[in-house]
Design a binder for this molecule. Structure first.
Ligand SMILES: Cc1cc2nc3c(=O)[nH]c(=O)nc-3n(C[C@H](O)[C@H](O)[C@H](O)COP(=O)(O)OP(=O)(O)OC[C@H]3O[C@@H](n4cnc5c(N)ncnc54)[C@H](O)[C@@H]3O)c2cc1C
Length: 503
């Protein structure tokens, strides 16, 4: 167990002279700071390798962002909104339904029930005994020691290596009048039982468009104010333009190229003054959702005491997830560059394996993170998913690529489902036709993308994908059409022997 410290006397500062309590040899081989997706994955991996491991978790509730205030609560809310939207299209499928009402109280109860279950499971995993668990906020005293503070209680944890997986927080960006006037962040938006009549969403990233569409479908007149010219960074322009088209069809007002100048009260409402091009415009709404991103949660860790350097507010790590102090690693939102769960888990596992090897002096080649198969999903309707390189990224890298797209509104199964928006796009290298990336905007994009991930994992080609059996009629068949279009442009002599025999 970590070294307990004598209780401070009344009025005494809880920061003490730690040197006298420090054991000669670190107690743990690996200490993981943060018990969210990245931290839990790291601890589980280090413990499975036989390393004496501890997790330090300082949140009021234990389970991490994804379960408590991120992926799972947001997807629960979106599920209700998307079903509501589908039911409202019932006449198109010759069904007569009674008028549908959104019951926010019930949606919140359902969410709470699900989240409580997920969180209880994660707590059980954290307390399962495979590694030690210490509750409290960690801050470095020296490169091998952290003080863990919980209320007035403090204890020391010493370790030969650390993995920082402290996640991210919402920054209070300085927009004149915003915080004084009051606004929601995703935390409040996910808890609300009220649907504002008029809602402005500041930001156009994944959280902004997902929650923006949720409120629009639940009944808010929604306006998205986005600084850059396009919604959701990271996808190709044809993809984001298609999302804007879908949003426009459901009367979500998307205003891009906007710079927020000031926020103030106006009667019972909230007024946002912004600049668009050279024009000054304003909008009055009942609620504002601030969704302009998150920043790494590194405050209070006193990283300077551990000799760690930051770069632009981020923990700087190499491909091995090691920081500027070789025994301290990072994973998840605290390091980026992609703030999503499956990458946080992969980074946590990589950091853990490298930390254990480091501690044990094993002369193994360190494991490196590989973002070749980076996958991003936006759970709007239509969903957007991508894997690997976008067309723009491939071109920026000077790669000679072929691309092809196929729309859902020309695909039998999608037409039966009444899906009007979206397409599948494949980006392949020119000589062999190896698939380098794919983007899907459309129904079930978050699931369909996994076929592309599997093909790319094994460095498959467009011809291999096109000749793979696909059941008919399914949405999945659609991926074969752009694959075939590209395959037709590649000389057969460039095709591997085992694929040629299927043609
Ligand atoms: C609204 C929303 C929706 C999202 N939807 C998705 C989605 O659909 N799919 C997806 O992949 N991603 C989604 N994300 C992102 C995803 O939730 C995060 O990328 C992921 O949870 C990050 O995991 P993490 O382990 O890095 O951080 P966290 O899960 O935040 O864990 C960090 C932990 O560290 C603890 N901690 C912090 N500082 C200290 C300290 N000093 N001492 C001790 N403990 C500390 C915290 O209490 C916390 O438990 C969403 C995010 C939001 C906000």
């Amino acid at each position: 167990m970590p070294t307990p410290l004598p209780r401070p006397a009344a009025g005494e500062s809880i920061t003490r002279d730690w040197a006298s309590f420090k054991p000669a040899k670190p107690e743990f081989e690996v200490a993981v700071i943060g018990g969210g997706s990245a931290g839990y994955a790291a601890a589980r991996t280090a413990a499975a390798l036989g390393a004496k491991t501890v997790v330090i978790e300082g949140g009021e509730q234990m389970a991490g962002l994804c379960i408590l205030r991120g992926c799972m609560p947001s997807k629960t809310l979106l599920e209700s909104a998307h079903r509501w939207h589908e039911i409202n299209r019932a006449r198109e499928f010759c069904l007569v339904v009674k008028p549908v009402k959104v019951d926010m109280k019930c949606i919140q109860q359902r969410k709470r029930h699900l989240i409580d279950g997920f969180a209880a499971y994660r707590r059980k995993q954290l307390k399962g005994g495979k590694f030690a668990l210490v509750r409290g906020k960690a801050s470095f005293l020296d490169p091998n020691t952290v003080a863990v503070t919980s209320g007035r209680k403090q204890e020391l944890v010493t370790a030969s290596s650390f993995i920082i997986a402290t996640g991210s927080v919402i920054p209070r960006v300085a927009i004149p009048g915003l915080w004084e006037t009051g606004c929601w962040t995703s935390d409040e938006a996910l808890e609300t039982k009220e649907i504002p009549k008029r809602l402005a969403v500041l930001g156009g990233g994944i959280v902004a468009v997902e929650l923006g569409q949720f409120f629009a479908r639940a009944g808010s007149k929604t306006t998205i104010l986005q600084r850059s010219e396009r919604l959701v960074r990271g996808y190709d322009p044809d993809v984001t333009t298609e999302l804007e088209r879908a949003f426009k069809a459901e009367k979500i007002d998307v205003r891009t190229g906007v710079r927020i100048l000031e926020v103030s009260r106006k009667g019972k409402g909230k007024r946002i003054i912004y600049e668009r091009g050279r024009k000054r415009e304003d909008i009055v709404v009942d609620e504002i959702l601030y969704a302009m991103g998150r920043v790494p949660a590194l405050e209070g860790l006193t990283l300077g005491h551990a000799g760690i350097e930051l770069k632009n507010g981020r923990l700087r790590v190499n491909e091995e997830m090691a920081s500027s102090a070789p025994h301290i690693f990072g994973a998840g939102d605290s390091v980026g560059p992609y703030e999503v769960v499956h990458i946080a888990i992969q980074q946590g596992e990589t950091a853990a394996r490298n930390a254990v090897n480091f501690v044990r002096g094993a002369h193994q080649v360190p494991e490196k993170m590989d973002y070749r198969l980076k996958t991003l999903v936006t759970f709007t309707d239509p969903e957007i998913a991508l894997v690997g390189l976008t067309e723009s990224e491939a071109k920026e890298q000077g790669l000679d690529v072929l691309t092809a797209s196929y729309p859902f509104n020309d695909h039998g199964k999608a037409m039966i489902g009444g899906h009007e928006f979206g397409f599948v796009k494949i980006i392949a290298e020119k000589t062999r036709g190896e698939i380098l990336g794919a983007e899907i905007i459309g129904p079930h994009a978050s699931d369909l993308i996994h076929e592309l991930i599997a093909v790319m994992r094994y460095r498959g080609t467009v011809r291999e994908l096109a000749t793979m059996p696909h059941y008919h009629p399914t949405l999945a068949e659609i991926v074969t059409y752009p694959a075939e279009e590209i395959a037709d442009q590649i000389a057969p002599e460039c095709v591997p022997e085992h694929v040629l025999k299927h043609i």
